[in-house]
Design a protein around this ligand. Sequence first.
Ligand code: EPU
Length: 416
Amino acid sequence: MGSILVRGGTRLKGEVPVNGSKYVALAAIPAALLADSPVVIENLPDLSDVRVFCDILRGLGATVSFAGGVATIDPHGFRPGVPAPALVRKLRASYYLLGVMLARFGAADVALPGGDDIGPRPIDQHVKGLCALGATTSIEHGHIKATSTGLKGTTIYLDVASVGATINIMLGAVLAEGQTLIVNAYPAPWIIDLANMLNAMGAKVYGAGTETIRIQGVTKLHGCQHAIIPDQSEAATLMIAATLTGGDVTLHNIIPLHLGAVIAKLRETGAVILPAEDSVRLIGPRRPTAVNVKTLPYPGFFTDFQAPMSTLLTMAEGTSLVTETIWEDRFKHLEELAKMGAKVRIEGRTAFIEGVSQLTGAQVRGTDLRASASLVMAGLVAAGTTEVEGIEHMDRGYERFDAKLQLLGADVTRTE
Ligand code: EPU
């Protein structure tokens, strides 16, 4: 599977672009199947999850080309069928095929999805929403099966603000008869971006980005050209890495407004952050100051920034408390960092981190995508060499992260 060797001791310096949003990409690809003519998606990140999803679509009969950050998805050949289970299990977002296939064919048979191992990942809210629209579902032999004689709009109250459930219900509801209200919808920029794409396809989605989304069903959708927004998680990770190394880094192709929580937190650690219209310059402190962090749904401090942030705090001056409220098991990277000399105590959903002045290189393993990237980041400041295994996880959500770090002067090498 390969690993990354990092020789510590470089301050990150220079300029890099940030790739397109993974969350939007993984919703936009299946959304294209709702159209009756080709959809062009621009600024699509080159991630392994994106490539796998393109292969799933090809297996269902769609014609898909993907090169240079642009995918063209022609849904003409899209036929009812069972999406390749081995591919579906490789990623989380494959469950969006439920909403899409129900909307297009009135039936879906999709293997239960895979994704990061970060604690229980129920899909009860997806199922509740699709059933409220008129589907009947069952779980048989590791697959979710759903049928409907025609989806009909209704009001759906989500019990938790869920990215996935909000998107799945949107995908089902755009072609349903009548009006759907999603109450307690996930209020984030990537939901707005997906709504913008669906609206460019002829859908009528209102209120995306707020807690109540209203969808007026239409009878058909057509192709469109849509450029997806920049990836907040990649931008946050690079900003945190720049802070950790005391670097001076400018990120391009970002929307600073979407990064408010992480910018505020990094300023508390001592970083100087200079946002411009679509870029941000970050100058790291000599040594970061300890801060407390609690993960919350957007616009709070987002859970996907927690692993890089808690990695930074292992070297901060003072003691930090990090509370993870979204995922039950998202501190595995801290156990690995202990092998590098980090001082960490985990009690339930809170990590107590006593900053040390130096980490030391070791062989460590990332078990989810944010964890793998965070361990590479730790290697940048550790004395000696760090070998990070589990790089396949990182490649699911970061486009050539190691190459971007090299551009910023880091001494990182990928081994196959
Ligand atoms: N939840 C339920 N029932 C559901 C769905 C979710 O109880 O039916 C709970 C979850 O257990 C969790 C909370 O609701 O406590 C939020 O889960 P959500 O549905 O938002 O997560 P997701 O859609 O499975 C996406 C991202 C994750 C990111 C979360 C943040 C994708 C493919 N994944 O997951 O990304 O952490 O939203 O809410 O979009 C990552 O990129 O590192 C990553 C894990």
